[in-house]
Design a protein around this ligand. Structure first.
Ligand SMILES: Cc1cc2nc3c(=O)[nH]c(=O)nc-3n(C[C@H](O)[C@H](O)[C@H](O)COP(=O)(O)O)c2cc1C
Length: 325
C-alpha cells in the first residue's frame, strides 16, 4: 500500500502527523526507527523560520535518518509564507505543508492556522505564492472540515481544496473536525470519504480519531483516503507504526517488552538532551515518560511515581524501577 505525495514515494500509508510539543526531531527519529514511513514537523511560524538565532535552530532540525519529512508552516502573509517555504526548501525538507487548521485561540485570533478556513481567498493566495516559491517541491495543506461546526455545507473547505489542487498542491490532509470543535467530539470520517469521492485522482490524507493502529487501517478501508496521519494515538506509542504494518500484513501487532520500552525511553532522552540542552531534555522526557506510561501494565502507579520527579537521578530511578534495570 504505497503512497505518493508529489514525487515523494512513501512505502506505507500511515505516518506521524504534526504534533506541537511532540513531533520534534527526537520523537521523529524514535518513530522512524520503529517503522514510521514519513513524519510532519510541529507547526512553525513563518517568521520564526526566517529568524536567525537559537529558536530557529531548536525548531528546525533535520537528520539524514528523518526522510521523507514535511516541514509545516503557519502564518498570515502569503509572501512571508513563501519566503519561509523557500528557506525550508533550501534546508532540504522533502515536502512543504501549510497549516490552515490550528484551532488554538491565540493562533486563530491572529488570523493564522484555522482562521484561514474562513478566508479562502487568502488561503489560496498563500498556496499559490508558496507553490511558485518552491518549484518542484511538493506542497500540501492541512485543513479542517470547516471553520464552524454548524457549517455542514463546508463551502469554504471545497473552495480551498479545489483551488489548491488547481494551483498544483500535491495533497491535502483533512482533520475531519471543525476549527470550533478543536479536539472534542467525533471526527467525521464520512466527510473524509466525501473528499476522496470528490477528488478520486488526488492524494488525500485523513486525520481524526486515529486512536490505534487498527483504527488507522479502518480509516483507510472505510474512507478510501490514500494515507492516514496518526496523532494523539501515536503520542507515547512510537511502536504504533510497526504495529500498523503488522496488522496490514495480517500479523498480530508486536507488543514491546518492558526492557525494549526502557531502551526507547532512554534513547529518546539522549536525543532530546542533544537536541535541546540536558535540562530541557529532562523536562521533555519527564513529560514524555508520562505518555510512554500508557504502554505500561502499571500505568497509574508509574504516572504517580513520575509526577514528583525533579532531577535526572530521580527520573532514572523511577524508570529503572518500573521498567526493570
Ligand atoms: C498536542 C497536539 C498538538 C498538535 N499540533 C499540531 C500542529 O502543530 N500542526 C497540525 O497540523 N496539527 C496539529 N495537531 C493536530 C493533529 O495533527 C491531528 O490532526 C488531530 O489531533 C486529530 O487527530 P487525532 O484525533 O487522531 O488526534 C495537534 C494535535 C495535538 C493533540
Amino acid at each position: 500500500m504505497p503512497l505518493r505525495i508529489g514525487d515523494v514515494a512513501i512505502d506505507f500509508p500511515v505516518g506521524l502527523g504534526a504534533l506541537a510539543g511532540y513531533s520534534d526531531l527526537p520523537y521523529r527519529l524514535i518513530c522512524r526507527s520503529l517503522g514510521a514511513p514519513f513524519c510532519i514537523t510541529e507547526a512553525m511560524l513563518d517568521r520564526q523560520i526566517l529568524l536567525e538565532g537559537k529558536l530557529r535552530k531548536r525548531l528546525i532540525r533535520l537528520d539524514p535518518a528523518d526522510h521523507p519529512v514535511a516541514g509545516q508552516i503557519m502564518g498570515i502573509e502569503p509572501e512571508t509564507m513563501a519566503e519561509a517555504a523557500r528557506s525550508l526548501d533550501r534546508m532540504g525538507f522533502d515536502i512543504i505543508d501549510l497549516n490552515f487548521a490550528c484551532p488554538v485561540r491565540k493562533v486563530v485570533s491572529h488570523k493564522r492556522g484555522g482562521a484561514l478556513m474562513k478566508d479562502p481567498a487568502r488561503a489560496l493566495a498563500t498556496v499559490r505564492a508558496v507553490i511558485e516559491a518552491v518549484p518542484g517541491r511538493p506542497v500540501t495543506l492541512k485543513l479542517r472540515r470547516s471553520f464552524r461546526t454548524s457549517d455542514t455545507a463546508n463551502e469554504d473547505f471545497w473552495a480551498i481544496a479545489r483551488g489548491a489542487f488547481e494551483a498544483g498542491a500535491a495533497a491535502i490532509a483533512v482533520h475531519a473536525r471543525s476549527v470550533e470543535q478543536k479536539y472534542t467530539g467525533r471526527a467525521d470520517w464520512g466527510f473524509l470519504a466525501a473528499v476522496k469521492r470528490e477528488f478520486p485522482d488526488r492524494t488525500i490524507l485523513g486525520s481524526g480519531d486515529v486512536t490505534s493502529p487498527a483504527e488507522s487501517l479502518r480509516m483507510l478501508a472505510e474512507t478510501g483516503v490514500d494515507g492516514v496521519l496518526a496523532a494523539r494515538g501515536a503520542i507515547g506509542n512510537p511502536w504504533f507504526f510497526g504495529q500498523a504494518r503488522d496488522l496490514a500484513a495480517g500479523r498480530p501487532p508486536r507488543q514491546p517488552a518492558l526492557d525494549e520500552q526502557r531502551e526507547v525511553i532512554y534513547r529518546h532522552f539522549r536525543l532530546a538532551s542533544e537536541a535541546y540542552d540536558p535540562r530541557r531534555g529532562l523536562k521533555m522526557l519527564r513529560h514524555c515518560s508520562l505518555q510512554y506510561a500508557k504502554m505500561h501494565p502499571r500505568r497509574t502507579d508509574l504516572r504517580n511515581a513520575l509526577v514528583p520527579v525533579r532531577t535526572e537521578a530521580e527520573w532514572r530511578a523511577v524508570i529503572d524501577a518500573f521498567y526493570g534495570a
